[in-house]
Write a protein that binds this ligand. Structure first.
Ligand code: GLU
Length: 296
């Protein structure tokens, strides 16, 4: 485990960044820089059917316009399938991953675990190590465990894991839960700062770190920016894309959302100046952790 701080921002290219993503990118950048850490940008282009053409390039251009430069080359998940497969093989050899042909409904009815008559498991049993004939997912056996951890902003957490999560889907794609953990291990990430919408995934991810023989990082889940309808800003509910022509105003607003109050004249300065003002003043305890609307 490295002694110095290593963080990251890991967008999925399902659409352009919006103001809520800027808040997360900025929070994770400032937390890393204020701890004299390293900050990676990782493009989570793992799920082509959900991706929007051109979104990855647009996200990188937005980060650049806002002065949020990674401290190393951008890492692309689409180029790392070998790493994900070898982690799966490792887990499978240890009996922690099993093939499953069940639907979500069947798994739910079986209480989150494999069904005794799951075709995948049965055919494995019948034919030794042979793969099931029909398409199957690979699930991580961790349901029933209760994870406890302390989140930087959301405090003490108790998360019972209700269902064995899928690590490789029936369509052959590696699942987010697997890739995110394998990459965080491989990139030596020891502090994950991201949006509070991902808090519920954290228990499973911690279990996966441990199963892969790694110490889980520290987690900090940032407040979400909500819209008037009470939903978090997201690509799915068509949040407005960030306007790269006004990066200083955007950063200024994002800092205000995080409860930092930059002096008014800073809005006329380039992003570099705003980020340097903010990183010198970043205090975790100053961040208001409540999800809320952006006050104009
Ligand atoms: N790629 C994920 C997303 O855009 C975030 C992954 C993470 O930060 O753990 O929602």
């Amino acid at each position: 485990m490295p002694e110095h701080y290593i963080g990251r921002f890991a967008p999925s290219p399902t659409g352009p960044l919006h103001f809520g993503s800027l808040v997360c990118a900025l929070g994770s950048y400032l937390d890393a820089v204020a701890h004299e850490g390293h900050w990676w940008v990782r493009m989570e282009d793992l799920d082509p059917p959900r991706e929007m053409p051109g979104a990855a390039a647009r996200i990188l251009k937005s980060l650049d316009a806002h002065g949020l430069h990674g401290h190393g080359p951008v890492v692309w998940q689409s180029q790392r399938h070998g790493l994900y497969q070898s982690a799966l093989d490792q887990l499978r050899q240890r009996g922690l991953v099993y093939p499953c042909t069940c639907t979500r409904e069947q798994v739910r009815k079986a209480g989150g675990h494999r069904r005794d008559d799951c075709l995948g498991v049965r055919s494995l049993g019948e034919r030794g190590t042979k793969e099931p004939q029909e398409s199957y997912a690979l699930r991580f056996a961790c349901a029933g465990v209760t994870e406890k951890f302390s989140d930087i902003w959301q405090g003490e957490q108790t998360q019972p894991i209700g269902e064995d999560p899928i690590l490789k889907r029936k369509d052959g794609l590696y699942a987010y839960q697997l890739a995110v953990v394998v990459d965080d291990i491989q990139q030596n990430v020891n502090c994950v700062v991201r949006g509070a919408d991902l808090l519920d995934c954290t228990g499973v991810q911690r279990q996966l770190f441990l199963a892969l023989g790694a110490e889980p990082p520290r987690f900090g889940h940032m407040p979400l920016v909500m819209n008037e309808g009470g939903q978090k800003l997201s690509k799915q509910n068509h949040a407005a894309p960030l306007d790269d022509a006004t990066p200083s105003e955007n950063l200024f607003q994002a800092l205000r959302f995080l409860s930092f109050l930059p002096p008014a004249e800073l809005v006329n300065e380039p992003p570099r100046q705003i980020l340097s003002w903010a990183s010198a003043r970043w205090q975790r305890q100053q961040v208001d952790r409540r999800n809320r609307l952006l006050e104009q």
